[in-house]
Write a protein that binds this ligand. Structure first.
Ligand SMILES: [Zn+2]
Length: 274
């Protein structure tokens, strides 16, 4: 009898935790957002992130709140004997949270840890090179986003991207755009959208733009987006995101439907910040 009551109590407790969990998370995040933002953090972000002073003061305050949540919830791990610094954490958090600035979603819910390597790192990759022939190769990487729980970044690449915000390449924007895409468990260039009808517009615009990039790359034509975007639709979304933030005017001029689609998705207009 006592054992049955205990079992029911435990089940009841689990149900209560499940029901109230989103509410408790929301409460905790609102506490994180209210934490004071140290002047040193502001100085680091101002130095490494030019958009910080170009967004409105309201958006800046909102970004600071997102950064607080991000830093509290995600774990940073140094790899290859790298010592993780405040600068690394703040730079990565600020750029990643730019994608969430206008409350467009969750805080990369699947992501648990950000692994940072000092520079280019190497992984073993299995590649099919012919019928029944599998080869293992050592491949150089600058960044990765895993569906399960990790983003991996090369700090040397992050530093190069910090120096040049206009070349259309940014490994943080790229890998965290993949995280948004992977939120539903699939990496296919389609993030979670607010309304069902949005998927129709997304498919129409993205398919056309992706095909155009593939054709242009095949012909060897000059493109505003990096040719790596022609690899597959998932890479196209990640590269389009980099271009949207780093070359907004060129993207708007040459691909207005794509710019408008990303503007509506991110609820941001980087063209106004330059
Ligand atoms: Zn990628």
């Amino acid at each position: 009898m006592v054992a049955t009551i205990i079992v029911f109590l435990i089940i009841g407790l689990i149900i209560i935790v499940i029901i109230f969990s989103p509410f408790l998370i929301k409460q905790q995040r609102s506490r994180f957002k209210k934490r004071s933002f140290p002047p040193l953090w502001n100085a680091i972000i101002e130095n490494n992130f030019p958009f910080y002073l170009r967004i409105s003061p309201i958006e800046r305050r909102r970004l600071q709140g997102h950064i607080q949540v991000f830093l509290a919830e995600k774990q940073f791990i140094g790899c290859g004997q790298l010592q993780v610094t405040e600068e690394m954490k703040l730079t990565i958090a600020a750029v990643a949270c730019l994608l969430l600035l206008n409350e467009r979603g969750e805080y990369f819910p699947k992501l648990r840890s950000i692994l940072i390597y000092p520079s280019t790192y190497f992984v073993n990759e299995t590649v099919a090179t012919g019928n029944y022939i599998i080869e293992e190769r050592r491949v150089a990487r600058l960044g990765e986003s895993w569906i399960k729980d990790q983003v991996i970044l090369s700090w040397e690449q992050v530093q190069q991207d910090i120096v040049n915000w206009r070349d259309g390449h940014n490994v943080i924007l790229h890998e965290f755009a993949h995280q948004l895409d992977q939120e539903d468990g699939k990496a296919e260039g389609v993030p979670i959208l607010p309304r069902n009808s949005d998927y129709v517009t997304w498919a129409r615009v993205m398919t056309k733009e992706y095909q155009q990039l593939c054709n242009d790359v095949q012909k060897g034509a000059k493109t505003v987006m990096n040719s790596y975007g022609a690899t597959n639709p998932a890479e196209f979304f990640a590269v389009a995101t980099e271009t949207f933030f780093e070359k907004p005017h060129q993207l708007l001029k040459q691909h207005p439907p794509l710019y408008e689609l990303l503007q509506s998705y991110y609820q941001l207009d980087p063209g106004q910040w330059v």
